[in-house]
Design a protein around this ligand. Structure first.
Ligand code: COA
Length: 339
């Protein structure tokens, strides 16, 4: 693929995808042995029945999971790690603050001297990373980019009654996609958006020390280093933001909701997803839900859905697909593709 010259417009193809879920499953019935909760309460409020929990001592660190997902995505793309110009890793739960998880993934895959960096926008990270990567390819700066989404939120929740409102929600996992330049300018992003509202950062955050916690919030020492979430406020935000974001993206693209073949949405709560589907009158099979099996996997959520849909033959070349996410920050973003 040549670099674009004057007047040459290139497109971007979404090639292969990959995923990696930790071996251990934690069902609602397992949680019932650790905290005061019930399977019925969790299923009713969230739609989640089980989630995967990683064991870093058994080869399931954040970079292990991310590397496995990207390796699969490269195989599905018929490419080798050396073909990558850049690895963009969407995550907020790397083992260390430094180096970037992307560099550790690069080392695992033997990806040579390609660029490698992390991008953090909480549960929106992968959608933000995909928009960023596609823009870099579209301009001709890079040809082939691996976009990984990986998180291990299990290390930031308390598996006890004290942490039950978040322990039930989150699961670990990784997903990845490879994008590549093409001479077909019709392929790539049709419309996208990235938003935030920093005034609401305290709605979901992970404090590292007491001075990170605003004085008006009462958080015990046992919850330092753990996710603090105002569940009801986030729920309200998401129920209105999700459909508004879909509407905004459709309007930018000049498309109706039924002209998009598949909506691949961040899996935060089945009730939030169903509300969005109903607002646009979409049939069940157009807005994919896998939260029942994996919970909320943060940055991995959207690429995991993409991988499942792609391998099931439900997302194909030629289709229009919208990726949608929201999360801590608060952040929200979308990416509408012509595949
Ligand atoms: N099992 C049983 N009871 C639980 C419980 C659990 N796991 N977690 C909380 N409760 C209790 C609470 O203690 C509370 O009891 P109280 O009324 O005696 O104080 C009661 O259930 C209601 O709690 P509340 O937090 O108001 O429940 P909710 O209906 O808001 O549901 C969430 C909680 C977390 C499921 C819901 O708020 C949610 O999904 N929010 C969005 C979160 C999200 O998407 N986060 C990720 C963003 S990317």
């Amino acid at each position: 693929m040549s670099r674009p010259g004057p007047g040459h417009v290139r497109g971007v193809r979404l090639l292969g995808t990959g995923a990696c879920l930790p071996r251990r499953r934690l069902a609602n019935t397992d949680l019932m042995t650790m905290m005061d909760t019930t399977d019925e309460w969790i299923v009713q409020r969230t739609g989640i029945s089980t989630r995967h929990i990683s064991d870093p001592d058994a080869g399931e660190t954040t970079h292990d999971l991310g590397a496995n997902a990207l390796r699969d995505a490269l195989v599905a793309s018929h490419l080798s790690p050396n073909d990558l110009d850049l690895i963009l890793c969407a995550t907020m739960t790397g083992e260390n603050n430094c180096p970037p998880v992307a560099c550790m993934i690069s080392q695992r895959l033997n990806a040579g001297r390609c660029g490698a960096m992390d991008l953090s926008a909480a549960c929106c990270s992968w959608v933000y990373a995909l928009n960023t990567a596609a823009a870099l390819v579209k301009t001709g700066a890079y040809n082939t980019v691996g976009v990984v989404g990986v998180d291990r939120l299990s290390k930031h929740v308390l598996y006890s009654t004290e942490g039950r409102s978040t322990a039930i929600l989150f699961g670990d996992g990784a997903g990845a996609a490879v994008i590549k330049a093409t001479d077909d300018p019709s392929k790539g992003i049709i419309a996208q958006s990235m938003h935030s509202n920093g005034e609401r950062w305290t709605d979901i955050f992970i404090p590292w020390q007491r001075r990170d916690i605003p004085s008006e919030l009462e958080i015990p020492d046992s919850q330092i280093g753990k996710v603090h979430m105002n569940g009801a406020a986030v729920f309200k935000f998401a129920v209105s933001t999700f459909p508004d974001l879909i509407a905004e993206t459709l309007e930018k693209a000049g498309l109706r909701a039924d002209e998009v073949d598949m909506y691949v949405c961040h899996q935060s709560n089945a009730r939030i997803l169903k509300a969005a589907r109903e607002r646009f009158g979409l049939p069940e099979d157009k807005l994919y839900i896998n939260i029942d099996r994996v919970g909320n996997t943060v940055s991995a959520s959207v690429p995991l859905c993409l991988h499942e849909l792609r391998t099931a033959g439900k997302i194909k070349d030629g289709q229009r697909v919208m990726f949608v996410a929201f999360g801590a920050g608060l952040t929200w973003g979308s990416s509408l593709w012509q595949l």
